[in-house]
Ligand binder design. Structure first.
Ligand SMILES: *[C@@H]1O[C@H](CO)[C@@H](O)[C@H](O)[C@H]1NC(C)=O
Ligand SMILES: *[C@@H]1O[C@H](CO)[C@@H](O)[C@H](O)[C@H]1NC(C)=O
Length: 289
């Protein structure tokens, strides 16, 4: 779900347990922005992702995304203060709605008054449906300097999600250069291929279906920044969503695409001349200080 990757597809395929992405951390940025069932962390590289600082004794907004299918269910958060993936020994209390459909879910997670060895803690999120995701964080009173927010960046030269070229999108902190954009684009393409090749997700992988799926996936990877009036810009509207489900024969996960939640295309176009209608809510997560 927006997110979502710093490493190339080749590296991902070789290192991570590749799965069809269904639920994953969005904020803080996970090591592997592809959803994974690899226990305990869903793969990925802790050394190539930003480390977000949280204030001790506060609540942090943590965003979990159910992308498709079997990613629903309660999410549990744990902490390793010794940055050891075999020692997620601190359970973190959290509040938030239980993910029961495709979408993004914000949790308020209690950050304990503790310190992280070498300034590095690992936070683990996992769902009852066995999707695992980890992120690197620090817990320090010096936390205000690193508020976490998606960063607006103008994109260009993407081969796959080319509809966002020359547009401003919102990306997690740390994705700042062209190589990273292109890697994220390659990941989006790999997600597309996985979905198209998975009959549990896409019943009829026609070319038209592929175009519709691309709209969803690219919107997820490169959500457009709000317009200058602050209005949310969306890439996928209700009719597009309905068409996607029909054309692609999305049967098994039908209930998980709540098309009625998206704006009607006519309204969306009236509101915004842009052709792009957002699929997932753009979350700008700011620490609760
Ligand atoms: C955290 O604990 C330290 C001492 O253990 C204390 O001085 C500090 O006030 C605590 N901070 C919070 C936010 O509770
Ligand atoms: C699609 O899936 C089949 C079997 O699951 C596999 O053999 C094939 O290589 C996959 N194709 C692509 C393009 O991933």
């Amino acid at each position: 779900m927006k997110s979502f990757v710093l490493l190339s597809l080749m590296i991902i395929c070789s290192i991570f347990t590749a799965t069809h992405g269904h639920a994953v951390l969005r904020t803080p940025q996970p090591w592997n922005t592809q959803a994974s069932k690899a226990n305990p962390c869903g793969g990925g590289n802790p050394n190539t992702t930003p480390r977000i600082s949280y204030c001790p004794g506060t609540k942090a907004t943590v965003v979990w995304e159910v992308q498709v299918g079997d990613g629903t269910g309660p999410v549990t958060f744990k902490l390793s203060t010794t940055h050891d993936v075999t020692k997620f020994d601190t359970a973190l209390t959290s509040t938030g709605a239980t993910p029961n459909a495709v979408g993004t879910y914000s949790f308020q997670v209690d950050i304990p008054n503790t310190s992280c060895q070498d300034g590095l803690c690992y936070i683990q999120a996992y769902s009852d449906s066995n999707w695992f995701s980890c992120a690197s964080i620090n817990i320090t009173p010096d936390c205000k300097a690193t508020e976490l927010a998606l960063v607006p960046i103008e994109i260009e030269d993407l081969p796959y999600c080319n509809m966002v070229n020359k547009r401003t999108v919102l990306l997690p902190p740390g994705i700042t250069n062209k190589d990273q954009f292109v890697a994220r684009d390659a990941t989006a393409l790999s997600t597309f291929k996985q979905y198209m090749n998975n009959s549990a997700v896409i019943g009829t992988p026609s070319a038209t279906c592929g175009n519709l799926l691309t709209e969803f996936i690219c919107d997820q990877s490169f959500p457009l920044a709000p317009g200058s009036d602050g209005a949310q810009v969306t890439q996928v509207c209700a009719e597009t969503c309905t068409e996607f489900k029909e054309v692609c024969q999305v049967v098994s996960h039908d209930a998980l695409y709540p098309c009625a939640n998206y704006p009607k295309c006519s309204d969306a176009f009236k509101q915004l001349p842009s052709l792009f209608i957002l699929f997932f809510i753009v979350i700008v997560s700011v620490l609760v200080l």
